[in-house]
Design a protein around this ligand. Structure first.
Ligand code: NAI
Ligand code: MG
Length: 390
């Protein structure tokens, strides 16, 4: 599912790398994205849904989403006023297929000029080595879509039964009231927490950090912390639970990121903390992710379709985030040796420092980057392919 914009470009490069490592697969194209919204009124067509149901493993590039007014304006004239509503296909996919476990690794590649550095005592410059896996619950929380502006009677009446609502919000005229719910279920909270423990166990890490805000958001954050504490006690005696608040965690991110190896959080805080960590290890050009459900799994870079770079020829964007996402796919299906080969090849190219895309050189994203020595997207993939140990 290449999707839109640079999604198409980086996915093609990732498949070349998969071919080069000797991974044998049939790739079946799935239509997804803006083009299909405009032409068909559905950015995630049913035929693509069927393919995913049949084949179970997806590689996804990126899609374009636009604000509500543009969404309707760009819909084909014959589809206008037919009641079509745009839903982001990646969000629909996560919910429809229960892709509830999102893994976002943030790992330092030695020699990456974008690595975070900090000042130590006496003017010392330190470059901490970060090796963190963030487990983000992918289907619930504030992104569950259960929300209202001007809530209907039953919802309003229910809210009025809550003491705090009655005391603090009853003054607000209903049409001026917006409510977004933050729903956690024990089933899915337990699944994401369990995934974090299993990963910690497999890597030999002895701490799992629950990054929420249980002192304030008592019910939902509180549930996740309690689930983790009980799980540690009953099932993972060698692993302890550390509890951090999202706000403090964002500050500690730059203070001591190397001390966090496994972080688990709800949907929104997981989104925030994973973007924060990604910024320490090279940003969007390096940030990969996995969306794993009970049956289906989809692997994608964290970045979007970057429309402003979509038409560049040759393309300037960094394919590493997509290539690392493909590595996560290999790990997931039990092809760890091939995943390691690709990972090592990426590490070798970064450490060499001879081939860098514009983002790694901190250059503005335009064609002048090539004059200044930046590699294009294909050259970066070629360099990685060349380093793959046969
Ligand atoms: P974006 O991630 O597409 O791009 C933001 C900026 O990050 C780019 O302008 C570029 O400077 C940099 N960048 C992104 N990917 C890069 C790469 N591989 N190499 C080098 N630099 C890279 O986010 P933006 O601009 O906020 O959104 C563009 C579109 O993408 C929107 O329509 C948005 O809805 C969609 N989007 C889709 C996502 C998905 O498919 N999962 C995720 C995020 C945004
Ligand atoms: Mg994000």
């Amino acid at each position: 599912m290449p999707g839109d914009g640079i999604g198409k470009i980086v996915l093609e490069e990732a498949i070349r790398v998969l071919d080069a490592v000797g991974f044998e697969a049939d790739y079946i194209h799935g239509d997804i994205g803006w083009e299909f919204w405009c032409k068909e009124g559905n950015p995630f067509p049913e035929r693509t849904q069927k393919l995913l149901e049949q084949h179970k493993i997806g590689l996804f590039g990126a899609i374009t989403s636009k604000p509500k007014d543009k969404t309707l304006a760009e819909l084909a004239p014959e589809l206008q006023d037919k009641g079509f509503t745009y839903y982001s296909p990646i969000v629909s996919m996560r919910q429809k297929y229960d892709l509830d476990i999102c893994m976002r690794p943030c790992m330092t590649f030695k020699g990456n000029p974008l690595n975070f550095i900090r000042r130590g005592f006496g003017g010392m410059i330190e470059e901490p080595v970060i090796d963190t896996m963030i487990f983000r619950q992918n289907t619930e929380c504030l992104y569950g879509g259960v929300e209202w502006t001007n809530p209907p009677d039953q919802v309003y009446d229910a809210l009025m039964t809550h003491k705090k609502f009655k005391e603090n919000f009853a003054w607000c005229p209903r049409p001026e009231l917006a409510v977004s719910t933050r729903i956690f279920t024990k089933k899915y909270t337990s699944r994401i927490v369990k995934a974090a423990f299993e990963y910690a166990k497999s890597r030999g890490f002895t701490t799992v950090t629950v990054c929420e805000k249980p002192n304030v958001v008592r019910e939902t954050s509180g549930m996740m912390l309690k689930v983790a504490q009980e799980m540690a006690k009953n099932e993972y005696p060698g692993i302890k639970v550390q509890d951090t608040n999202i706000d403090a965690q964002m500050m500690w991110l730059t203070k001591n990121p190397e001390t966090y190896h496994v972080i688990v959080a709800g949907n929104m805080f997981g989104d925030i903390v994973s973007d924060g960590f990604a910024g320490l290890v090279g940003g969007l050009g390096f940030a990969c992710s996995a969306n794993i459900g009970p049956e289906i799994a989809v692997f994608e870079p964290t970045h979007g379709s970057a429309p402003k770079y979509a038409e560049f020829n040759p393309s300037i964007v960094n394919p590493i985030a997509m290539i690392l996402s493909a590595c996560m796919m290999l790990e997931h299906i039990g092809e760890s040796d091939k995943a390691k080969k690709i990972y090592s090849a990426v590490a070798a190219v970064v450490e060499d420092g001879k081939v860098m895309t514009y983002d790694m050189m901190k250059l503005p994203g335009n064609q002048d980057a090539f004059i200044k020595g930046a590699a294009n997207t294909t050259e970066m993939a070629d360099a990685i392919i060349e380093k793959i140990v046969k």
